[in-house]
Structure formats: structure tokens, C-alpha cells
Design a protein around this ligand. Sequence first.
Ligand code: 4IP
Length: 415
Amino acid sequence: MPTERNTSSFLSLSSGNGRSSRGSGTTNYSQTEQESLDRIRREKASLLQEIKTLKDEIADCDWIIERLDVDEDGRPNSERQFLMLGKKKFNLDPKKGIDYLVDHKVLQFTAEDVARFLFNGEGLVKAAIGDYLGEPDAFNQKVLEEFIRLHTLSKTDLVSALRVFLWSFRLPGEAQKIDRMMEKFAQHYCSQNESVFASVDCCYVLSYAIIMLNTSLHNRAVKDKQTVESFINMNRSINGGGDLPREMLVAMYDSIKSEQFRIPEDDGHELVPTFEDPDRQGFLWKQGGKYKTWKQRWFVLNDSVLYYFTAQTDKEPKGIIPLENTQLREIEDRGKPFCFELYLPNSQVVKACKTQKDGKVITGRHTTYRVSAMSALEKEEWMRAIRSCTSDNPFLGMLQERKRKAQKFYHGVVQ
Ligand code: 4IP
């Protein structure tokens, strides 16, 4: 609050009228100053009165609203309040939230009603929706089916359908859960677009390929961007043993290239991890392919791809090894301790590429990528991190299985 002295100095600045002399210790105002001061005091008092009246009115309204919404013990009493509280509970613990809403008769305990609530989604955390839909419990699974059914996908191309579907909740991180959701999505898509794919497996595999393509094209850290030809090759024979129309795959590629998927990121599960936060990085010794010399290289494991660099600060990797189909084993080597290696069955060449000194990119020549860690512990940690990206990974394993099924469908069913 301004003191009288403050007010008077304000007056002296603002009025600029003639003023009386000021004695030391007491303040004398001119008549004009005094009149202004009185007027301001009156205005201030009137404003304070107005503020008080408004505050009282607001308090009255609050009181009325509260009385309307709570019972005499002060507990929420209206559907609106139950709904608000239920949503808050759902975001912290989805099952408890649904139970609360059912107990308070905001929701019926039917898969349809719960699915509609999740599909509407207002005020709900998308990760919590994903967690609830991913639960293996029979009721949750029924809700998942109803939830997916609420998406109208007919006459929608697969990329657009995935854009809508993957935005309605956050995919959980667990392989089995992702598998269940993508399976039901593919079933629903195929039931609404009957003649597009030869099988649900084809739709499932292609959906996953599209998600991977999105990562490849839009994750700045992925240097080796997937080309339209490699996208087409990747999806060879998945349509009941035959190929999908080239124009369809090209259109999908172009759509993803021009507009990346929006994926909800409101929790810690990363469907699309970034290179800034790799799964693991550090120095390892790597044995050469043709000449078995050992070179110390900086390795980065990110998004199921192992990169190696000559120096830690290098921007361009020297080599890139996608891990999807590789296998991993511990190995003894006479030259180096703490060894393990990536390999393929039947001594096939491991899919990889590397940049030569002249800058030319060529395919790798290794039948095994043998590396040596700096300690037993580092070896263990590297192996654990790599194993989660290789074919030992349950989701990638499931995807491979699905791909095999999609490719065999024609021979198995039609012939
Ligand atoms: C080289 O040996 C290096 O070990 C290379 O590693 C390796 O390439 C070569 O394998 C291997 O012959 P020398 O340097 O003694 O010639 P780096 O590229 O890390 O320097 P990659 O990258 O494939 O391991 P081949 O298979 O390219 O010959």
C-alpha cells in the first residue's frame, strides 16, 4: 500500500500545480493537492469496496457450485465431478480410474462403454490409455477390440489409418502388447477394406514396415535413409506369397516421406528412440572382415542398429550393422579377451554397410562381426543391450514369424 508520503510525491509529479511550502517533519499541501488527495482516497475506498463485493459474490458462487457437487459430507456428488476425479485416477492408475467411474455410475462396466470413454480420450493421458488397452485381461482385450472398432478405417489407405490409430493412444513398450494391438488393428483394417490385402498377416507386416520407414526417414540420427526401392524389397512376397502393387508401396513411401507420423510422447516408452539417447555406446575392439586385424572403434547402439565410428567425435559412421536378423554369441579368441560376435546361421555374410576411405559406401564382407569389450562387465552389458535388438527380441521374433506366414499364405491356403 502506498504511504501518504508516497502518494504525495506521486501527486507532486502528476499534478504539477502550485504547491505550498513544506516544513521539515510535517507535510503541507496546497488546496489543489489536498483536493486531489481526497478524491483519490475516495476512489480507492470505493474500489476496495467493489473488490470486496466481487470477492463475496465469487465466494457465494463457489459455495453454491460446491453444494451442488458434493453431498453433506463434502464428497463429490455430481457426474461431472466423478468424471473429473475418475479421469485423474485413470491417468495415475488406469484400472483404478475405470473402477472408480464404474462404481460411481459414470461408466457402465461394458467393453463398449469403456472403449467409448477411452476413444473420446479428453483429459486422458495417451500412455495410460495404451497401458489399459495392452493388459492381457479378457475384459481389457474386449475393450481393445471395441476401441479399435470405433476407428472408421473403411476406404482409408493403410498409412492414413495408421496415422489415426497410432495417435489415439500411446503404444506400450512390451513386445506382446504391441503384437496384440497391431494384430487387432490389422484384423479391423482388413475387415473394413476386404480386397486390399491377401491376409491379415500381410497388413500386420506392412504396418510395421511403415512404422520403421517413418523412423528411418524422420529420425535425424539415422544417416542411411531407407530408399523407396529398399522399402519395396523389404515387403517382397508378403501378400499371400505375391508382391503388393508397386504403386501402392511407392505412394506409402511418398506419404511418409512428406509427412511424418505424429506419435504421442507423453510417457517414457520410446517407440522411436533418438540418437541423442542411444541404447548403449562405448569403445570396443573390432576384428576386420578380410584381414583379421583388430581396430578400436567407437560403437553406438541405437534403434536396433549398431554403428561404429573411427573416433568418438566423428559425425559419419564408418560402418552400420542392422541387427534385426543377426544372432549373438560369446566366443573365445586367442588374441583378445571378453569377445562376442554377431553372426548369421550357415556362415552367411552379415547384412551391413561401411564407408571406405574414398567415401564410397559398400556392403560389408563379414560372416561374423567379432568384437572385444574392455572388461567382462562391459561385455555382459553390451551383449544384453544387443540381444534386445537381435532376433532374440520377442517382438522382432514375432514379426519375423508373421512375415514368414504372410509370405507362405498363398502356398498354404490356395494351393
Ligand atoms: C581392415 O583391416 C580393417 O579391420 C577394417 O576395419 C575392416 O573393415 C576390414 O575388413 C579389414 O580388412 P586393415 O585395416 O588391416 O586392412 P575398419 O573399417 O573399422 O577400419 P570393416 O569396417 O568391414 O570391419 P574388410 O572385410 O573390409 O576387409
